[in-house]
Design a protein around this ligand. Structure first.
Ligand SMILES: [Zn+2]
Length: 146
């Protein structure tokens, strides 16, 4: 089996700092300053033309705008995470029970990290308490209900 490279490249022009996309088989030169191959770097690859379009637009935004744009996407991601988290919460709690049979901030934190979820363990535990999934035993320590 031959390994195919993704069909599109995101190219950066090192002369004028312009980003543009190209099909992997097409010849490259910067559409803005016309410089050729040796001053151009392929900085990303993608299989998807829409993704390529998005990459080109993002990279050509001035850096401050780019930050805001990325922040917006992060906010969106967090909303999704929170939604998923609600569904995953019972599983995460079960997995977080330690050898002594308790859920602690530490054990919860470990499970969140393992799932690459950025969420405050204490806040999560308090949510779970509120939802009647956990019963507080002492500060930072809970027993799983049910
Ligand atoms: Zn250029």
């Amino acid at each position: 089996m031959s390994e195919e490279l993704p069909a599109y490249c995101l190219v950066k022009c090192n002369i004028c700092e312009y980003y543009f996309g190209k099909h992997k088989n097409s010849k490259i030169s910067c559409p803005r300053c016309r410089t050729g191959n040796k001053n151009l770097d392929i900085v990303d690859r993608t299989e998807n033309a829409e993704e390529l379009h998005r990459l080109v637009s993002i990279n050509n935004l001035p850096s401050q705008l780019r930050k805001e744009f990325e922040q917006k996407n992060i906010d969106k991601l967090e909303q999704n995470t929170n939604f998923d988290l609600k569904n995953m919460l019972p599983n995460i709690l079960v997995e977080s029970v330690n050898e002594e049979g308790f859920v602690t901030v530490q054990s919860l934190n470990g499970k969140l990290r393992a799932r690459r979820i950025k969420f405050d363990a204490l806040k999560l535990a308090h949510n779970a308490e509120f939802e009647g999934l956990l019963m507080r035993v002492s500060e930072g320590k809970w027993r799983l209900i049910g």
